[in-house]
Design a protein around this ligand. Structure first.
Ligand code: SAM
Ligand code: DTB
Ligand code: SF4
Length: 323
């Protein structure tokens, strides 16, 4: 067992952010190599099993019923349809299959259906992940018993910036769900979004909350805001791409053994920016033409990029560790 720090002060995290980029990258790479094979990357696939019509008002989200985004809402997919998609993802080389639903929290009947789908996806030999909104301790236990490996629930931003993005669910409620997930024995996938008009101190504060959790999340998705027409954040000022690189490098230093996923926003990133993110310590991506409601790079583009960088997909999360 590693004894990682869980007592970061905000000014310490801010000091990392403020290092000359060469220094920050060097430190991040040293930490990365101590815990991971830097030539390996995890490939995950995402499926929206229930899209749109969500009761929450998250200011970035295409799926909130509070915003007019023109998105067509759907019902929860049938188990067999979910499993078919998972099989396709597995055959295309994905090792983790993440199922997302636009719910504030799952209803009993929906949770039963998700548990049935999770059990079958697991049977295919895939690592399973789901993101279904807030959970009670009991619901987390049911998902765990069905074979769910990871639960994704993001803090999204700093506690200080949070209320200017989301009004219908508090930061504390997010932490309570994370607690239930952790206590159930599932692995935690938790990160946030950059480019929502936050300051650098907010990015540092968000990473500090994640690093100071009782245990570091096993997976940390770092999303770049995908601006969605009709949402309050449609016209958010563009973030300097180097801030994304600094955020990943700082996350790598404060959460040395967590898998960092360069999640939303890759579609509009250059190959060079993505490469810098991998050099800073990102070691997971979503592959496949769609995220939940928005486009992702095509598989051909990703395969080409990874080949040019000499990066190999890992067979599973343990395949990311140094030989
Ligand atoms: N409804 C569930 C929930 O919010 O807990 C699960 C799905 S939700 C879409 C999963 C995560 O995707 C959000 O927490 C957010 O971090 C990210 N996300 C959603 N819309 C995004 C956007 N437009 N740009 C970047 N990230 C986004
Ligand atoms: C996460 O942090 N990013 C993924 C996953 N968890 C579920 C979702 C990204 C969504 C991007 C916007 C969309 O496609 O609607
Ligand atoms: Fe609903 Fe999740 Fe979108 Fe928030 S991020 S509106 S909870 S689907």
């Amino acid at each position: 067992m590693h004894s990682f720090r869980h007592d970061w002060a905000l000014d310490e995290v801010e000091a990392l952010f403020g290092l000359p980029l060469s220094e920050l990258m060097h430190r991040a790479q040293c930490v990365h190599r101590a815990h991971f094979d830097p030539t390996r990357i995890e490939l995950a696939t995402l499926l929206s099993v229930k899209t749109g019509g969500c009761a929450e008002d998250c200011g970035y989200c295409a799926q909130s019923a509070h915003h007019r985004t023109g998105l067509q809402a759907t019902k929860l997919m049938a188990v067999e349809a979910i499993v078919d998609e998972a099989r396709r993802a597995r055959d295309a080389g994905a090792t983790r299959f993440c199922m997302g639903a636009a719910w504030r929290s799952p209803k009993d009947r929906d949770l039963d259906q998700m548990c049935a789908a999770i059990a079958e996806v697991k049977q295919l030999g895939l690592e399973t992940c789901a993101t279904l909104g807030m959970l009670t301790a009991d619901q987390a236990g049911q998902l765990r018993a069905a074979g769910l490996d990871y639960y994704n629930h993001n803090i999204d931003t700093s506690p200080e910036h949070y209320a200017s993005v989301i009004g219908t669910r508090s930061f504390g409620e997010r932490l309570a769900t994370l607690d239930h997930v952790r206590n159930s024995g599932m692995a935690v996938c938790c990160g946030g979004i950059l480019g929502m008009g936050e300051r650098r101190s907010d990015r540092a504060s968000m990473l500090r909350v994640l690093a100071n959790l009782p245990a570091h999340p096993e997976s940390v998705p770092i999303n770049m805001l995908i601006p969605i027409e009709g949402t309050p954040l449609a016209d958010a000022p563009k973030l300097d791409p180097f801030e994304l690189v600094r955020t990943i490098a700082t996350a790598r230093i404060v959460m040395p053994a967590s898998v960092l996923r360069l999640s939303a926003g890759r579609e509009t990133m250059s190959d060079e920016l993505q490469a810098l993110c991998f050099l800073a310590g990102a070691n997971s991506i979503f592959v496949g033409a769609r995220l939940l409601t928005t486009p992702n790079p095509t598989r051909d583009r990703d395969d080409d990029l990874l080949a040019r960088l000499g990066v190999q997909p890992a067979a599973d999360a343990s395949g990311l560790r140094p030989a």
